[in-house]
Design a protein around this ligand. Structure first.
Ligand SMILES: CC(=O)SCCNC(=O)CCNC(=O)[C@H](O)C(C)(C)COP(=O)(O)OP(=O)(O)OC[C@H]1O[C@@H](n2cnc3c(N)ncnc32)[C@H](O)[C@@H]1OP(=O)(O)O
Length: 749
C-alpha cells in the first residue's frame, strides 16, 4: 500500500460538505464580486500549494433561465431591421412564460405596442435580465448596475472571434460587467436559452451547452425521441459566463439527468476541471463533443514527454480523469446523453444480444466486444431454458438467435423475460435490421412490455432506413423505458458510456479534496536551483528529484580521469559514465553515455573519450558523471510538461532510447490520485512489460506509481518555474526493490 497520495495533507472538508452531490447553491447576492454576483461564495480562498483554486463557485442561474422581469435594449418593430425578429421572438416568449418585459429605446414611445422607457436608468423595476440587441454593447453595460440587473445577454458579434482588437473589446466588456456586479452571457451569442421546449415530456432531462448556437440540433432530435430538455446555454464567446459555470449549475439541478456539451474551446482549464469534478461528485454525467482532435499534437519541446503529449491528448485525458464522456458527433452526443439521463444504474455489467437473425446478432456482438462490452456466455441451465422456445439448432449462448421462429407468439416475451432474469445480464440489446412486420412489431411490443417490468436496461437498434414505421415511432419511441438507437455504433458508444459512468462515479473521490495545501519542506531550497530559461544538467536535475524523494543512482560529477577512477571505486563497479552539460538533452545520440565499465583503466580511457567527443561536438562539459550501474528492470519515462490550457501535466510511458519510436504514453492533469495513476499505466500498450514477460519478474509497480505521484507534486509546486521535466529512463526494478531515475532533464521557464 502506498503512502498518502501527496505526502502531508491538510484536507479541507468544509468545501466537500458544502457542495456535496446535488446540493443546491445558496441564494444569489448582488455584490461586486464574481463569486457573489449570482453565485455562492463558499471556499473561494481554498487554494493548492501553487495558489490554484481547489474549489469553485456555483453561479445561481435560476433567474437567468427563468427571469421574471427583462429589459430589452435596442428593441425594434421596423420591418427589415435585424432586431425586429428577435424583439418579436422575445415578446412571444415573455408572454408565454409570464415575464414582465421592458423595452428600452432612446426615442420610440413603444415597440409592438409595448411602451418603451428611454434608458436603463428609467426602468420601472430591477430586472433579472437585460437583453442587449445593440451593435455597441459596452456603453450600455457600463450604465448597468448589478443591484438592479442580475444578468445581461449580449447578442452582438465582432469581438474575440475577429482577432486581437475584438478580443480587447471583449475584455473591456467583461471588465465592465464585473465592475457593474452582474454576470454576462456572450457576446456573439443568441437567445436559445429562451427556446420553448416541449412540456409534454417527462423524466430526467438533458441540459445542453453549445458554444455555437447552430450546433443545437440535438434539442430538436432529442425531443423527437421523447427526451425532455430542461436548459439550453448558448455560451458564445464566453467573455464572462462560460461552459464551466453552466456545468456546475446544471450539476446542482434535480431535473437534470445528463449534461450534453458542444465545445470548440475551453476558456479556463482549471475551471473546467472543477466543474467536471462537481458533476462527477453529483453523479451527473457530462457528455461532450470537443472540437480539435486534429490539431497538431507535437509541440515544440525538448523533452520526450513534451513532444509526446499534444494538447488534444491532454483535453482527452482531463475529460477522462473527471469522468466526462467524450464523443465525436452530435448524434452520439444526443444518444449517449439520452441514455445516461434516463437509464437506472446497472444491476450487472453483462450485455446480452438478442436478435431475430443470427448474422445481425453476430455482427453486433463482434462490434460490441471489440468496443469493450462484456457479453457473458449464458449458463448451460439458461440455454436449456431458452431452448424450450428456440429450436435446438440455433445458438443461444450469447448472442441469442431466435431465428425468427418464436417471436410472433407468446414465446417471444418468455425469451425476453428469461434473458432479463439472468443475474449476469444488466443490459439486453436487440438489434433489428428489419423491419419485418408483423414480426418486428410484435418484438417491439414485447420489449416495451418487458422493459416496464424490469430495472435492467433494454435497448433496441432500429436499423430500418425509413424509420417511420409504427413499431419504431409509436411503440418504441412512445415507451420511456426502451432506449432506442438508429445505428449499432451509437448504441455501443452509449451503452459503454452508461456502464463506464456508473463504474466511475461509484468509486470517484475528488482529487481536489486531497490536493496538497502546504508546500514540501524542501521547496524553497529546490526553487533556488531553478533560474528562468535554464536547462539543468543531469546532475542538477537529479538533485531536484532527490529533493522530492525520487531515488537516483549513487554518482559523482568529476572533472579529471583520476577523479573518475576514485569515484568509480566509491560508487562500485560496474559503472556508467556520462558526459554532463546543461545543454545536453540526448546524450546517447552523441555517444556520450558508456555502460558497464568494470576496471580503472576502462574508466580512465572512457573519461578521455567522452571529453574528446564533447570537444569535437563543441559541447562545453561541466564534468563527467560516474554512476552506479543499475541493471535489470523495466525502463519507463515519467515527466511533466506545460499545457497552454491546463498548465502542468504529468506523463508516464514506456521509456528508454525507443521512447519516441514507441510513443506509448499516458497523461494526466494534476491533481490526480493513485487511482488515476494506475489508470494511466493501464492505458499503456506495453503495460504487460511491468507484469514480467519472457521470464522477467514482475516490476515494482507501486514504486512506479509513487514516482509518478512525486513528479505530480513537483508539477504542482514547481509548475510556475519548471517548463519541462523528463525522467528517462526510470528503471523500475523487481517488485519490492523500488525504482531508480537513471537520467533526468529539467528545463526552467
Ligand atoms: C449562432 C448564433 O446565432 S450567434 C449570433 C451572433 N450574433 C450575431 O450574429 C449578431 C449580428 N448582429 C446583428 O444582428 C445586429 O448588429 C444587432 C441586432 C446586434 C444590432 O442591430 P443594429 O441595428 O446593428 O444595432 P444598433 O445599435 O445600430 O441599433 C439597434 C437599435 O437599438 C437602439 N439603441 C442603440 N443604443 C441604445 C441604447 N443605449 N439603449 C436603447 N436603445 C438603443 C438604436 O436606436 C436602434 O433602434 P432602431 O432600430 O429603432 O433604430
Amino acid at each position: 500500500m502506498l503512502g498518502s497520495t501527496y505526502g502531508t495533507l491538510t484536507t479541507n472538508s468544509r468545501h466537500a460538505r458544502a457542495v456535496a452531490c446535488g446540493q443546491a447553491p445558496g441564494p444569489a447576492v448582488h455584490v461586486h464580486s464574481r463569486a457573489a454576483a449570482g453565485g455562492t461564495a463558499e471556499g473561494v480562498d481554498d487554494v493548492d500549494v501553487s495558489g490554484r483554486p481547489l474549489t469553485s463557485t456555483v453561479p445561481d442561474l435560476d433567474r437567468f433561465f427563468h427571469p421574471e422581469s427583462v429589459a430589452l435594449i435596442g428593441a425594434s418593430d421596423t420591418d427589415g431591421r435585424p432586431n425586429t425578429g428577435i424583439t418579436r421572438q422575445l415578446l412571444a416568449w415573455a408572454e408565454r412564460v409570464g415575464a414582465r418585459l421592458h423595452p428600452v429605446h432612446p426615442s420610440r414611445p413603444a415597440v409592438f405596442g409595448i411602451p418603451c422607457v428611454p434608458s436603463v436608468a428609467a426602468l420601472p423595476e430591477p430586472v433579472d435580465l437585460a437583453v442587449l440587441l445593440v451593435r455597441d454593447p459596452l456603453p450600455v453595460i457600463e450604465e448597468l448596475d448589478g443591484s438592479k440587473v442580475r444578468f445581461a445577454v449580449v447578442f452582438a458579434s465582432g469581438f474575440a472571434e475577429t482577432g486581437p482588437e475584438g478580443a480587447a473589446a471583449q475584455a473591456r466588456l467583461a471588465a465592465a460587467a464585473r465592475g457593474a456586479g452582474l454576470r454576462l452571457l456572450g457576446p456573439n451569442t443568441n437567445l436559445n436559452a429562451f427556446e420553448k421546449f416541449r412540456d409534454d415530456l417527462d423524466g430526467p432531462a438533458i441540459a445542453l451547452i453549445t458554444q455555437s448556437g447552430h450546433q443545437g440540433r440535438p434539442v430538436f432530435t432529442l425531443q423527437e425521441l421523447g427526451i425532455r430538455l430542461s436548459h439550453w446555454a448558448p455560451t458564445g464567446n464566453e467573455a464572462d459566463l462560460e461552459t464551466s459555470d453552466f456545468i456546475s449549475y446544471f450539476a446542482t439541478r434535480p431535473e437534470v439527468g445528463a449534461i450534453a456539451l458542444y465545445a470548440e474551446g475551453l476558456k479556463d482549464g482549471r475551471d473546467f476541471l472543477l466543474a467536471a469534478d462537481r458533476a462527477a461528485r453529483a453523479k451527473v454525467p457530462v457528455v461532450a463533443v470537443k472540437v480539435g482532435r486534429t490539431e497538431t499534437g507535437a509541440r515544440t519541446a525538448a523533452s520526450h514527454t513534451g513532444k509526446l503529449t499534444g494538447s488534444d491528448a491532454v483535453v482527452d485525458a482531463a475529460m477522462r480523469q473527471f469522468g466526462v464522456i467524450r464523443v465525436d458527433g452530435l448524434d452520439e452526443l444526443q444518444d449517449t446523453a439520452a441514455l445516461l439521463a434516463r437509464a437506472r444504474p446497472p444491476l450487472a455489467e453483462g450485455v446480452v444480444v438478442y436478435s431475430i437473425s443470427g448474422g445481425t446478432g453476430a455482427h453486433f456482438s463482434d462490434l460490441a466486444t471489440a468496443a469493450g462490452l462484456t457479453l457473458p456466455a449464458l449458463s448451460p441451465e439458461k440455454q436449456t431454458e431458452l431452448h424450450q422456445w428456440i429450436p435446438g439448432e440455433l445458438s443461444v449462448a450469447n448472442p441469442v438467435d431466435n431465428g425468427g421462429h418464436p417471436v410472433g407468439d407468446w414465446r417471444g416475451r418468455k425469451i425476453i423475460d428469461a434473458l432479463l432474469a439472468d443475474p449476469s445480464v444488466g443490459v439486453l440489446i436487440c438489434p433489428i435490421t428489419g423491419p419485418f412486420p408483423p414480426m418486428s412489431d410484435k418484438l417491439a411490443q414485447d420489449l416495451v412490455d418487458a422493459a416496464e417490468q424490469t430495472d435492467k436496461l433494454v435497448c433496441v437498434v432500429w436499423g430500418s432506413p425509413v424509420g417511420t414505421e409504427d413499431a419504431y415511432r409509436t411503440t418504441l419511441l412512445g415507451s420511456s423505458r426502451v432506449a432506442t438507437f438508429r445505428t449499432f455504433a451509437n448504441c455501443i458508444t452509449a451503452v459503454r458510456a452508461y456502464l463506464g459512468h456508473h463504474r466511475f462515479t461509484a468509486s470517484y473521490r475528488s482529487p481536489f479534496e486531497e490536493a496538497p495545501r502546504t508546500p514540501s519542506p524542501s521547496l524553497r531550497k529546490v526553487r533556488d536551483l531553478l533560474r528562468p530559461g535554464d536547462r539543468l544538467s543531469e546532475h542538477a536535475a537529479k538533485q531536484l528529484l532527490r529533493a522530492y524523494g525520487i531515488r537516483v543512482p549513487r554518482e559523482q560529477l568529476v572533472t579529471s580521469a583520476a577523479a573518475a577512477v576514485r569515484a568509480a571505486g566509491l560508487v562500485g563497479y560496474p559503472v556508467v559514465m556520462k558526459a554532463s552539460a546543461p545543454q545536453l538533452a540526448h546524450k546517447t545520440e552523441l555517444g556520450l553515455v558508456r555502460l558497464g565499465l568494470t576496471s580503472a583503466s576502462q574508466v580512465r580511457d572512457t573519461y578521455r573519450e567522452l571529453t574528446d567527443i564533447a570537444r569535437y561536438e563543441g559541447v562545453e562539459l561541466d564534468g563527467v558523471l560516474v554512476c552506479q550501474m543499475v541493471e535489470r528492470g523495466v525502463e519507463m519515462v515519467v515527466g511533466m510538461s506545460q499545457d497552454p490550457l491546463f498548465g502542468p501535466t504529468v506523463t508516464v510511458g514506456i521509456g528508454g532510447v525507443l521512447v519516441e519510436v514507441l510513443r506509448d504514453t499516458a497523461v494526466r492533469v494534476p491533481p490526480f490520485g493513485e487511482d488515476q495513476t494506475r489508470a494511466m499505466l493501464a492505458e499503456l500498450r506495453g503495460r504487460a512489460l511491468l507484469d514480467g514477460v519472457r521470464g522477467a519478474p514482475p516490476a515494482d509497480v507501486d514504486a512506479l506509481v509513487e514516482v509518478v505521484l512525486r513528479v505530480q507534486r513537483m508539477a504542482l509546486e514547481l509548475g510556475d518555474h519548471l517548463a519541462e521535466l523528463d525522467v528517462n529512463p526510470l528503471m523500475v526494478l523487481e517488485r519490492g526493490q523500488g525504482a531508480v531515475a537513471l537520467d533526468a532533464l529539467a528545463i526552467c521557464r
